[in-house]
Write a protein that binds this ligand. Sequence first.
Ligand code: CA
Length: 372
Amino acid sequence: MQPLLVLLVFGQMRLSVSQNLMYHFINGPKSWAEAQTFCRKHYTDLATVNHMRDLERLRAAADGQTDVWIGLYQTSDKLADRKWHWSQPEVKYNEAEAEWWTGEPNDGEGVAPESCVAISSDKKWADAPCHWTCYFVCYDETSNTTVLIQDHKTWLEAQQYCRANHTDLMSGPDQQRLFECSAFSCLDSTGRWRYPWLWIGLSRDNWGWSDGSDSSFRNWKTEVNPLSKKCAALVDQGQWESEDCGEKKPFVCYDDLVILVKEKKTWKEAYDYCKQNYCNLAWFLNYETLKKLAQEKAELADTEFVWVGLFYSCAMKTWMWVNGHYVSNDNDNWKHPGSENVCSVAGAMERAGEHMWVKINDQEKHNFICLR
Ligand SMILES: [Ca+2]
């Protein structure tokens, strides 16, 4: 489908551009599974959220609407399938770096699930029930320091506090190395003093994204109720609640309109590849949004230049986009506007810098950018 057509097909949708995801709000209520089918048919999938910046863009796309399905769901009802991840989504969990206390994680020895993690005074980890209230450690990106908060909160409340006042709960061994502390305290749900443990940003769950992505970003409002409510909805202030998947709600899809193909091909081979697998080589006539998305993708290329849908028509002695529109030889995006043209050149975008367009031999082999 042409991107322009995508824009026109659904009158009710709104767009918001992420680093590489474009969110589409669909205001026709559906169950979570129906919404997933719809998104996969018309876009890429139900919305994945990788970090807080994505979440802000998703909220903008939803334009203040709440009670909206996103792509997060419970992938399994077996506790054994829970996976560890750090609260700060940029930090990836690595089991080889784990610093578990002897005998931990023990998951409450089968009595009650323990899905959240606290550290002891000697910086060893133990899993504990997330509803315990403990002091906790935030990480502050601005000052690259850790901050001990001497206030009893559940793990989720601690996460919310750290995100509102600093960056996030302390996540990963690098941040943990910054942490020095002497005051410890931890209470169980009856207010009884338990162990001298502090919450850190490690937890485990059996939730995952509709598109199978490994984004560990979660923004729950309250602790999930996984027994009956197995799908995630955006509620208020960008926070999420687990809900009954059969409920009909508006929803947010995402689309990766701009695709970087990291294969090295001549311009014509790249053109054929995009035509066959997507829609076309990338063109941005009057579409600043598409141009910006393409520039962000170009930075991930393996080659110095990436082919886009610009070619020089020898017959008509003019530059053209693959969709048939003319491009002035004086266009501001050219690295050398007004330079002389020869028949064997095509247009590519620079990987780095200002991402200017260059005229290079069309037999050179580069990565390229397609539009879906
Ligand atoms: Ca434990």
